[in-house]
Every structure is written in C-alpha cells, then in structure tokens.
Ligand binder design. Structure first.
Ligand SMILES: [Zn+2]
Length: 364
C-alpha cells in the first residue's frame, strides 16, 4: 500500500521572524533561527523520495479557499493574518510569525489536509494512506487565535470539511505531537461528532494565546463531555510509554467511538533529539504508532504534519511513522537512536488518565 505524499513547495515560503527564544536580557549574541524552518519539510521530502521509491506517490495539491477555512476560523481573525502578510509580515503572537507568503502557504497546507481527508472519507476501500507534508502546522490554532507556530488548524478544517460535505458523520483525531492539540480541542470542545485524543507533555497553559491546560480535567463540555481525551505524559516518555498509552487509552477509546475517518496530528517532536520537547521517542516508536493507527482506522486514515524541529531526526521519525502506516520497511536505520529508554513514571501518568476517563470509555 503506497503513501500519497501531499506536498507543495508553497509551504516552504512561509517564514517566522528569527529569535523565538530571545529573552528580555538577551544573554546570547546570536538569535536562534526560528524552529519552524522550511528545511523540516525538504529533509522529509528527500528521505521519502530516496527510500520509499514506488511506495510513495506525489499527487498535485489543490490549494483550498478562504470559505473552507471559515468553517472553523473567525473571518476577522483570518483578515488579521491576511492583512499582516500584505503589510510585509511580523509576529502575530509571541512565537508565531507571518510573512508575505504565508496566506498562500496556508491555503496549500489546509488544501493538502482537506484533500487527504476527502479522499479517505469518500473511498473507504482506499489502498493508499495520505500524508499531508505541510507547514505552517495547525493543532494549536484556535478559531480566532494563532498559537505556537500555528495559524490555521489544518486537521480541524479537514475534519469539518469531511463532516459538512456529508462524506462522514464522525471523525476521530489522534494527536501524538509532544505538545497538546489545544487548538483542535477548542474547535470541537462541545461536540460529540469529533473525538480528540491527545498525547502530550504537561506544558500547561503557556500564555494569553494558549489558555488551555490540556490536563485530565479538560474533557469537553455539554454534548462534547468525554470527547476531548487529554493524556499528559511525563518528560522522558519513550517508545514503551507511548505503546502503553495506545494499549490502555487511545485504542479502546477510538475503537469504541468507531469513527468514519481517523485523522492523525502527526507531530514528530516527541523525538529524543527535539529541541522543543522532553520525550525520547525513536524511529521505532513512530513506526509502531503508524502501525497502530493504521490498524485502528481500517480504511480511512490520513496523517497531517504538525511539529518536529530537529530537522534531521524529523526525517527519520516521519519515515518511520509512514512505514508503519503503509506496512513497508525501507531498511533505513535511525542514526539518532541513542537513548531508547522510557521514564517508568509514564505508567503512573497513564493510569491516572485511565481513571479520569473510565466513566466515558472502556479504558484500562
Ligand atoms: Zn509540537
């Protein structure tokens, strides 16, 4: 089964201002490059082209249109992004930038996710797995708020498109990015037709653009109660801890929800080399998660790129996730597999999640 890589170079042109980690005292001389660099995608592209060969197809991406973004996002907020780009760009919040090319990148990124979801929703016997290789990422973007390098929530826009066009009734989002899917949570918090299961380190709220904590007590509201499943994991959670989280929480919840379409917020920043995360996953760990989401989804699975900021290890881990999802082994070895350990405390944290959600789902 091939992967259908939905990728367009328009996504490379979006830029954030450098210096995302500048502190008020400016202790260091040189500003760090912004972690969301275009090389993230070009490295993944090269890895996939070199090592998946006939197991990968590269269909043209159709950019989406503003009205499809407005199914999720406030038009005034989108105007703000577009106007900032037209005026030359700048920061829209503390860590997130806009450049003149950003609107086009957004339309291609969201179009890539929408196309992936649409194809899988309409063709339940699909013998391909789409991977939307995109930036800017989406899962922190809230209806009227940019956050954490994210401007438009690609997965949320894709889920809403699949539902509103009548292609599906229920969508599950599994978010394995090391940061929480707080934007996706915010988009669907009171709904029972979109399930979010997010595995992440416990970053809590991180400022005015990110009021959500994504802890165990944020579980949805009204009809949506129980349909936001947050699973905080301790620093140092590795391959084994993630497998346990799938065994005890992700699989029983998604299996019971029985979605028509499974979307994965595929952020590979739980990698042990990542400068923005605290976990120690390797290529093997991502391969295993790819295998598991494939088994869980049956025929309707699409993966959408979120984070991953070590530009080298991201390429290995993304190849691993795709290998698992399509059932192919490229033979590439993870050159950064230096610490395949797992913090044993992850077992206790996952047990706490089981306790928090057992009133809603047969977790265990
Ligand atoms: Zn992330």
């Amino acid at each position: 089964m091939p992967v259908e890589v939905r990728y367009d170079e328009a996504c490379l042109d979006h830029r954030h201002p450098d210096g995302a980690y500048d502190l008020p005292l400016r202790e260091t001389e040189v500003a760090e490059p912004h972690p969301d660099r275009p090389e993230r995608l070009t490295n993944v592209e090269r890895m996939l082209r070199a090592h998946l060969g006939e197991h990968a197809t590269w269909p043209a991406v159709e950019p989406t249109t503003r009205d499809r973004l407005e199914r999720v996002h406030d038009p005034d907020y989108l105007d703000e992004v577009w106007e900032l780009a037209a005026s030359g760009g700048g920061r829209i919040e503390a860590t997130t930038g806009v450049s003149p090319e950003t609107p086009e990148a957004i339309l291609y990124a969201a179009g890539s996710a929408i196309g992936a979801a649409e194809q899988q929703a309409l063709d339940t016997d699909a013998d391909t797995v789409p991977y939307a290789l995109v930036r800017p990422s989406g899962h922190h973007a809230q209806p009227a708020q940019a956050d954490g390098y994210c401007l438009v929530n690609n997965v949320a826009v894709a889920a809403e498109h699949a539902i509103e066009t009548g292609a599906v009734e229920r969508v599950a989002v599994v978010d394995w990015d090391v940061h929480p899917g707080n934007g996706t949570q915010e988009c669907f918090y009171d709904r029972d037709d979109v399930l979010l299961v997010s595995l992440h380190n416990d970053f809590g709220s991180w400022g005015p653009a990110h009021p959500q904590t994504s802890r165990l007590d944020e579980r949805g509201t009204g009809d949506g109660e129980g349909y936001t499943v947050n699973v905080p994991l301790p620093p140092g959670t590795g391959n084994e801890g993630y497998a346990t989280a799938f065994d005890r929480v992700v699989e029983p919840v998604v299996d019971t929800f029985d979605p028509d379409l499974l979307l994965v917020s595929a952020g590979q920043d739980g990698s042990q080399m990542d400068p923005n995360g605290n976990n120690v996953l390797t290529m093997d760990g991502f391969r295993e998660m790819g295998r598991r989401v494939r088994a869980l989804a049956g025929g309707s699975l699409a993966l959408v790129q979120e984070g991953g900021y070590n530009v080298s290890h991201l390429a290995y881990c993304t190849l691993g996730a795709i290998e698992g999802a399509i059932g192919v082994e490229s033979g590439v070895e993870d050159r950064y597999d230096l610490l395949a350990e797992c913090n044993p405390a992850s077992e206790e944290w996952i047990a706490d999640a089981v306790e928090a959600y057992e009133e809603f789902w047969p977790v265990g």
